[in-house]
Each structure stands twice: as C-alpha cells, then as structure tokens.
Design a protein around this ligand. Structure first.
Ligand code: ZN
Length: 397
C-alpha cells in the first residue's frame, strides 16, 4: 500500500543513481569553491562558511524516527539527492536534464556551490518546507505560487474536481508549500522540535543560522524553486498502522514546480494539470485502486499513467476544465515534463510517449460522441483505461 504519490518522485529517484561512487557528502569537510558573484554571497567568506559548518555539525540532527518515516512516505533520500546536486553544480548533467523542466532547474542551480549543498543537506533544510506542508498545512488561508499568482485558479479547480468525480472528496484538503516558510520562526520551531526533539532554544538557533545563510541573493530567502519543487497527494487510507502518521487526506502544491512550469511556457495549463493529477491519486485512494497492484516499479508506472488519464479526462471534459486544442497539447506535454527521466533509469513513471498517450486517450474519451455533459464514474474511467493500458505500454504504441 502506498501512502503518497509525488509529482517529481522522478527527481528523487534518479538522484539515487551513482551514489555508490559519490563521496559521502555529509561527512566530507569540503573546501568551499568559488562562489557566484551576488553581492551578499561575497559576504560569505570561506572562513565564515567554515565556522557555520562547524556549528551546524554540532547542531545537526543525528537522525530521527519521525524524519525517517516522513522520508519513506515522501520518497526522499537526502544523501542521494546531495550527491546528485553535487554532480549538477559540477557542470555534469542531471539524469533528468533531457526534459526542459529539469534543464531549467539545473540552470537555477548554476550559482550554488558545494558548501551550499553541504549546509542545506546536513541540516535537512532543503526538506523543511516539504515536512511543514505534509505535517501542518493547510493551517489557515493558503496562497499558491510565491506571490499567490495561482491561488484563484487552483482553488477553483479544486472545487470543480471535487464536484466532478463521483467519490467523496469532502475530506481532502489542499495546502501550499512555500520555501519562504523557513523565514517563519514560529513554524520552524514547531517543525524542528517535533521532528528532532530539539528544545525550542536549539530549534531557534538552527533556524536563525539557516535563515541567515538563505539571505544570500541566490536563495531568495528560501523562495528558490528547489525548496518546493514538488506536488503530492497523501492518504493513509488502507495503510498499515506503522506507516500512519495521523495525517488526513491532502494535496500539497509547491511553489517551485509551479514556477518551473511557468518558466518553460506551461503556466497556463500545468498548474491545473498537476492538481488534477494529484486529485487523480486521491480518487485512486478512495477507490482502493492501489490495492490492485504490488508496490513495484511497474505498478507505480500504471498508477501514475492512470492518474494522468483521470487528469486528462477531467481537463478535457465539458463539465471539467473544457480545455481544447493547443491547451490539450500543453497539458499532455506537461505530464511528459515531470515523469520521463525516472522511467529512463528504472522504469518508474512512464515515458513521455506513454504519458502523452494516456492523456490523449482520456481526451478522446471525454469528448466521445454522445458523452457530452455526462461524467463517467471514476471506476469506469479506471476500468476502461486499464483495458487499453497494454496498448499504451506496447513498444511503438
Ligand atoms: Zn503521480
């Protein structure tokens, strides 16, 4: 039974490639490399960075069962990611850089150096926004996108999705993931005391040190997209007791992934498409569709492609988003942007062609003759999709 489905599991997974040969980053007292030339970065002399690192090594969490549980639920492997980031700033390629989206993210890391990765990995700070979102959001009115530019659109889409599908979505809550949460003392102290058993004073000191470091222009105080480069659906429905965290059904939308989609020209439809895909996972949870599959890579690919199909059906349907023509092309493309790199390495999410074919199939189903105005039960869409899946998965399908 899977308890979460992330949009960019692709990134997390490909990061595990090649870790055997990568240095154990967290224990490497690396020499700072030349930093990029933002004014405030120049304030961070080698000496100052080293002093910070020394203090962080004393303060750094030694490990925590709670964090281990969250990482398992979220598919996060901090050490593997650190190794991947290290390769990225070395000028070598992301495993994922064959997509425009991952190429864009790579570009956003051009001015990071090894010390940055060391500091942010050692402390777990790269994942603080994700943990905060999973554990505590929404804890009040939400905004989506760094400046709330996606709030109206996503709240409307969420309401439409809830009415569209014939499953009870009334218990699903949507929340935002902002890297800037790291600037919020109260939320960080709440998070770090909970995760690591710190005293409030220890949590505040660690928060202060990281906040200070993130003042450098290149991190935008945490609004750099890497801190929130994901969206995910979470449910404990059917999960074994030891895997349950007591968290209700939720969908989390990260600023970074929304920004990235906008940067590659998909800002018009990708936010709705990502949300519809995550909602598709909630439909799968409600219908028990994950139970039909063993938890291997092939099963994950099938449920991911099915979530694409459910999303595509909703996006095209006259009673859903009613997208047409180029906009259908755009959401089909947006699914390809987030999934393929993982598949290329270990068969995880589906190739761009498979994802496109799933969405295109759903577009046809939503606009079939005589279907106008009638929304099929989600279970029927699932059955029909699984009937054509072998064709979609066939070579050269
Ligand atoms: Zn997914």
């Amino acid at each position: 039974m899977r308890t979460r489905h992330t949009l960019t599991a692709a990134l997390a997974l490909t990061l595990t490639l090649g870790t055997a040969s990568a240095p154990a980053l967290a224990s490497t007292p690396a020499a700072p490399t030349a930093t990029a030339s933002t004014t405030s970065s120049e304030d961070w002399t080698d000496e100052r960075s080293r002093a910070l690192l020394e203090r962080l090594q004393e303060l750094a969490p030694a490990g925590s069962d709670r964090v281990d549980t969250l990482n398992r639920a979220l598919g996060i492997d901090p050490q593997a990611r650190a190794a991947q980031l290290e390769r990225a700033i070395d000028g070598s390629q992301y495993e994922c850089s064959d997509t425009e989206l991952m190429g864009w993210l790579d570009g956003q890391l051009a001015d990071w150096d090894l010390v940055d990765i060391l500091i942010l990995s050692l402390t777990g700070a790269l994942d603080w926004p994700t943990y905060d979102a999973l554990l505590f959001q929404p804890d009040g009115p939400q905004h989506y996108g760094v400046d709330g530019e996606h709030t109206k659109e996503l709240e409307k889409t969420f309401r439409t999705l809830t009415a569209f599908w014939d499953v009870d979505g009334s218990d699903i809550r949507m929340g935002a993931m902002h890297g800037s949460v790291i600037q919020d003392d109260a939320r960080m102290v709440r998070l770090l005391t909970f995760l690591y058993g710190y005293t409030p004073e220890e949590a505040q000191e660690l928060t202060d040190l990281i906040q200070d470091y993130l003042q450098q222009d290149k991190f935008a105080g945490g609004d750099h997209p890497l801190f929130s480069f994901n969206a995910f659906a979470y449910s404990e429905e059917g999960a074994p007791p030891e895997a349950q965290l007591g968290i209700g059904d939720k969908i989390i939308m990260g600023d970074g992934i929304l920004e990235g989609m906008g940067a590659i020209g998909l800002g018009d439809v990708a936010p709705r498409g990502i949300l519809a895909h995550e909602y598709g996972h909630q439909v799968q949870f409600e219908l028990g569709l994950f139970d039909d599959h063993a938890g291997d890579a092939e099963a994950t690919r099938e449920t991911e492609l099915e979530a694409d199909a459910l999303a595509g059906y909703y996006l095209s349907h006259p009673r859903g988003e009613r997208l047409r023509n180029q906009r259908v092309d755009a959401f089909v493309r947006s699914f390809g942007e987030v999934g393929d790199c993982s598949f290329a390495s270990d068969g995880h999410h589906g190739t761009p062609n498979q994802r496109s074919a799933s969405a295109a199939w759903a577009d046809e189903l939503a606009n079939a003759k005589g279907a106008k105005g009638h929304v099929l039960p989600a279970g029927t869409v699932s059955d029909r999709f699984r009937a054509v899946l072998p064709e979609i998965l066939a070579p050269d399908a």
